[in-house]
Design a protein around this ligand. Sequence first.
Ligand SMILES: CC(C)(COP(=O)(O)OP(=O)(O)OC[C@H]1O[C@@H](n2cnc3c(N)ncnc32)[C@H](O)[C@@H]1OP(=O)(O)O)[C@@H](O)C(=O)NCCC(=O)NCCS
Length: 279
Amino acid sequence: MRAFLPSQPRFSLPRSAFLQLYADDAPSCAWVAEQGRELAGAVFGHSWGRIGWIGPLAVSPRHQRRGVGGRLYRAAVQGLNESGCTIIGLDAEDHAGINGFYQRMALPYSVATLDGCKAVMPGPLDLDDLLIFSRSQSARFSTEWTALQRTLAPAVDLLPYVQRLHQHGFGESAVVMQKRSAKALLILQTGQRLANDQVAAARLQVCWLAPGMEKRALFSAVERLLRVCHPACRFLYLRTTEDAGDWLTEGRCRVIHRGRRWATRPSALSADRQIWFWE
Ligand SMILES: CC(C)(COP(=O)(O)OP(=O)(O)OC[C@H]1O[C@@H](n2cnc3c(N)ncnc32)[C@H](O)[C@@H]1OP(=O)(O)O)[C@@H](O)C(=O)NCCC(=O)NCCS
C-alpha cells in the first residue's frame, strides 16, 4: 500500500457544491455575517434527527476576535434547536485558539479524532447479493435502512440526509447484507463532484455496524462497492475518534491528520465503538 501513498492527494471537497447541500438540508443554520459590504464570516450546519452538526464555521482573519464567530455559532445552534436537535456536535482543528473558542461557546465534551487514508486496490468486480444499493433497489434500501437504524440508534434519522446526498450527486450509501440480514449502514461520499484534481477519492462519512459484523468485512464491502460504482477511485478517507482507532487498524489505513470533536453531550461523540462519523 505504501507504494500508492507518496502521490496521495490532499483530500478536498468541492466546497461550493457541498455548501449548497448543507444549505438545502438545514436552511435555518446557514448564515453569513457582513461588515459594510464585506463578507466577514459564514456558518453552515446539517441535521440527523436529534443530532445537529455545525460546520464549516469561519471568520475572515481581519474580522476575528470581534464576536462574529460567536454570533454565527449561536445563530446556527438556534436554527438546529428549532428544527428539533437536542445534541450539537462539530469537528475542528486541534489547536489552542480554536479550542479556546469552543470552550467559550460552552461545548463541554471533546475527544481527539484521527483521519485515515487507504489505497483502494484493484480487485474482482463480483457483487452477488452482499450489498443493496440505494439507487438500484431504492424501495428495499429504505426499508432495510430504516429497520437497522431504529435498532442501532433511535435518536438518529439519517435517511433524509442520505436522500439529499443522492439528489446532489454525492452519495453511494448502502445497506450491507450478510446471510439475508442487514449488518451495516454506510454513507460513502463519492462521484465526479468529489474527484480530486488528479486522483479520484471517496470518503466513508458514516458507518454503523450491527453486532456480529466485523470491521474487516465492512471494509471489504466498501472496496467492492467502490470498484463497481467508481472504478477510478484510488483512495478512501475516513475519520474516527482516537479511542476507536481500531477502525483504522482493521481497515489498514494510515493516519494522515489529527483533530478534535466537540459536543454538547458525550453521546454525540460516538462513544459506541460500532458507530462513527466523519463530519
Ligand atoms: C474559530 C473562529 C470561528 C472564531 O471566530 P471569532 O470571530 O474570532 O470568535 P469570537 O470573536 O466570537 O470569539 C469569542 C471568544 O472565543 C475565544 N477565542 C476566539 N478565538 C480565539 C483564539 N484564537 N485564541 C483563544 N481564544 C479565542 C475568546 O474567548 C473569544 O472571546 P474574547 O475575544 O472576548 O476573548 C475563527 O478564529 C476562525 O474562523 N478560524 C479559522 C477557521 C476555523 O478554524 N473554524 C473552526 C473550525 S469548524
